[in-house]
Design a binder for this molecule. Structure first.
Ligand code: FES
Length: 271
């Protein structure tokens, strides 16, 4: 292919062209121009050097095409890190004087001792904390004393009522006469709103023990009053008989019997 000298000279007036893929084309371009064959050469490391000369043969200008050898379509490049000796780039301090001199067994024994001691102290502290919490939550001595009440029955004459306080509530204790016991037993269950035999409400016929709280709305009935000779609640007019059973008025149930027991002949324990 014929290329004019002017075109070839213009192409090489550029100082550096770093484009390896055009090397072959430029070589072919200048090799095909016989008039410039002597002014261009290819160096061993693929540098293409061109010169523009005067008519007397002296060099007017020179152009160099820097085209590194290429393999395939990509140019081989070196990373900057590859040029550094990595073995000398990092300096590690010497920590040998800080290392433990004891052997492995000594270290293990010390570790076991520390873990065991810490565990024992933690368990002891937890046990004391739980014990203190439970003691603090349990009932105090004065509350426990109120849980049960002892009553000396010898001081209650026959035919009399005694009212005591137990767990914040009044308790009626009636020392009944033989006539009152007979009257309670003679009542027919069919007459009762809350049918219950007198024998089911007492442990000893002469001692009637029951809570002094009206089953209507919680008033405290009056003893030895009402139409049935037992207790009368003035709040709304409920009448209880000599066994504490509701006989008249709005109360729906008999007076409640608390938990109690006899300790000997003359001692009653409520609660
Ligand atoms: S509270 Fe006793 S009758 Fe109403």
């Amino acid at each position: 292919m014929a290329v004019s000298p002017r075109l070839a000279t213009t192409a090489f007036n550029r100082t550096f062209i770093n484009a390896p893929y055009i090397v072959a084309a430029i070589k072919k371009l200048f090799k095909s121009s016989s008039s410039f064959r002597n002014d261009f050469r290819v160096s061993p490391n693929s540098l293409i050097v061109g010169a523009k000369r005067r008519s007397d043969g002296s060099v007017l200008s020179k152009s160099v095409l820097n085209a590194a050898p290429s393999t395939g379509t990509s140019q081989k490049r070196l990373y900057s890190s590859s040029a550094v000796d990595s073995s000398k780039s990092t300096i590690v301090p010497d920590f040998s004087k800080y290392r433990k001199s004891s052997d492995e067994n000594t270290s293990r024994a010390f570790t076991y001792l520390m873990v065991g001691t810490t565990g024992a102290l933690t368990a002891a502290g937890a046990k004391n904390s739980i014990t203190d919490f439970l003691v603090n939550m349990s009932a105090s001595a004065d509350i426990l004393a109120l849980a049960k009440v002892e009553v000396d029955l010898a001081k209650i004459p026959e035919g009399k009522n005694v009212v005591i306080k137990w767990r914040g509530k009044p308790v009626f204790i009636r020392h009944r006469t033989s006539g009152e016991i007979a009257e309670a037993n003679a009542t027919q269950l069919s007459e009762l709103r809350d049918p219950q035999n007198d024998s089911d409400r007492v442990k000893k016929p002469e001692w009637l023990v029951m809570l002094g709280v009206c089953t209507h709305l919680g008033c405290v009935p009056i003893g030895e009053a009402g139409d049935y000779g037992g207790w009368y609640c003035p709040c709304h007019g409920s009448h209880y008989d000599i066994s504490g059973r509701i006989r008249k008025g709005p109360a729906p149930l008999n007076l409640e019997i608390p938990a109690y027991d006899f300790d000997g002949e003359d001692k009653l324990v409520i609660g």
